[in-house]
Design a binder for this molecule. Sequence first.
Ligand code: NAG
Ligand code: NAG
Ligand code: CU
Length: 185
Amino acid sequence: MGFAATVTATVLVVVTMMTMMPEMALGAVYKVGDAAGWTIIGGVDYKQWAATKTFQLGDVIVFEYNSKFHNVMRVSHEMYKSCNVSRPIETHTSGNDSITIQTRGHHFFLCGVPGHCQAGQKVDINVQRLTSTAAAPEPSALASPSVPIAHTPTAPAPKAAASRVSAGFELLFLALSVLVIGAVA
Ligand SMILES: *[C@@H]1O[C@H](CO)[C@@H](O)[C@H](O)[C@H]1NC(C)=O
Ligand SMILES: *[C@@H]1O[C@H](CO)[C@@H](O)[C@H](O)[C@H]1NC(C)=O
Ligand SMILES: [Cu+2]
């Protein structure tokens, strides 16, 4: 393979990798409750914990807990509000559950052990929808047909996009350096 063909092939590979990056985007990792973890001890305010974060698509939410005493259930908004654990959407029991957030909107989690949700072991992970009014209350916004979902572009956050692009250029630079070294050697 000639030098030009090698360059072309390398550029193609790098461009392909850059295109794939949004899917491979390394989201932030958030451990629920930070050092306290997922517990009813110490009165951790999970609402406050979540309020200080700006969750993005691809972020990983880690629930760390003693699996003898707790679990993690993803539930509907209704069940979340009333601490009803009868019909979870999904249940995690490993004691170290990493959940990647792949959709916008609210993700309601609670501990299904009797009494724990009532004691405050519940958390709402909200990835904001791309509407102009960020403070819109969730139930009406979800139900309202007047919210045109289709027109909101699913552009990644500017900061994340910028770091992805620069990561791409770093890769491109790296690949070209390897090529140049190869050609010289
Ligand atoms: C919990 O939810 C289920 C169905 O989602 C319902 O049948 C049940 O009555 C609810 N329990 C309570 C205590 O609200
Ligand atoms: C939980 O899993 C992560 C990796 O997914 C690991 O880094 C961490 O040490 C684990 N924590 C415990 C307590 O096992
Ligand atoms: Cu619990």
